[in-house]
Design a protein around this ligand. Structure first.
Ligand code: SAH
Length: 260
């Protein structure tokens, strides 16, 4: 069984700490003891961490040997604001799949009362993402950005920016990605009522590509999870993902074992 992984709240030198409710969970629910070992993820990577101090609101680790870190995916999900229970599900699942940032997007057809409440939900979404990251043994925590209007989101940086569109898309998502998808990708998913024509036009004129997931109309959370799974497929734990098959073949042909 793999060791449990914790995402550090604080790091200083070779020390890391969990604080607040996060620490409480480890200290009280899981009854952490000094000397126990866990994997501790920090911005610098994942380390073997030995518990050196346990208090109710604080657990400290001494960081030891660095462990392998997965390659960064650089996948941003721009997720239109829709019913919170379903949205939370999408946040949890897309975190498990490896998304690196989530932008809650204020779309024309996002319900107004949900948009009004979204700012305050951010903390809860971040907590869901943290739990999902630890559960899935991720090395990093996806950042939940503040809610953004579509016009601002249209300017999000990414080597490839894709908008999932249920009606107007001519290209399938997998086709749009091609054999060698770039390292940084932004994927936008619309609200329950879909995108307006104006929104799609705005994204297209900013260089976004509209892509389809097939003929059936999926619920927004299904579209988000399916879309992110397709984008992440083949990239997980693959340090060669940006080199594609050619890079892997070249590496194999350069290997000294070849002539033995
Ligand atoms: N209201 C629309 C459906 C919206 S589905 C209707 O009933 O006709 C919500 C979002 O999920 C869409 O805006 C799109 O981003 C995504 N989506 C759903 N099905 C899709 C598909 N087949 N291809 C691409 N995107 C899809």
């Amino acid at each position: 069984m793999t060791r449990r992984r914790w995402l550090a709240d604080e790091v200083s030198g070779n020390r890391a700490a969990l604080t607040g409710a996060h620490a409480e969970h480890l200290a009280q629910v899981l009854r952490a003891r000094v000397g126990q070992e866990f994997d501790v993820a920090t911005a610098a990577g994942v380390f073997r961490g030995r518990v050196v101090k346990v208090a109710d609101q604080r657990v400290e680790f001494e960081l030891g040997e660095p462990l392998r870190t997965a390659a960064a995916h650089g996948i941003t999900l721009a997720l239109a604001i829709f019913k919170f229970d379903r949205m939370e599900w999408a946040i949890e699942k897309c975190t498990e799949l490896g998304v690196s940032a989530i932008v809650p997007l204020i779309a024309s057809r996002s319900e107004k009362h949900l948009v009004a409440a979204a700012g305050k939900r951010r903390e809860r979404w971040q907590r869901i993402a943290r739990q999902a990251s630890e559960q899935s043994r991720r090395d990093t925590l996806p950042e939940i950005m503040p809610p953004m209007k579509l016009k601002e989101a249209a300017a999000l940086p990414g080597e490839m920016r894709l908008v999932l569109a249920e009606a107007e898309a001519e290209v399938m998502l997998a086709e749009a990605l091609g054999d060698r998808p770039p390292a940084s990708i932004v994927l936008a998913v619309g609200p329950e009522g879909g995108w307006t024509g104006k929104e799609l036009q705005c994204l297209r004129s900013s260089g976004w590509i509209a892509a389809s997931l097939g003929e059936t109309i999926l619920r927004a959370e299904t579209a988000a999870i399916a879309g992110i799974a397709i984008v992440c497929a083949g990239r997980r734990h693959d340090p060669n993902h940006h080199e594609g098959l050619e890079g892997i073949r070249r590496k194999a042909s350069e290997s000294p074992l070849r002539d033995v």
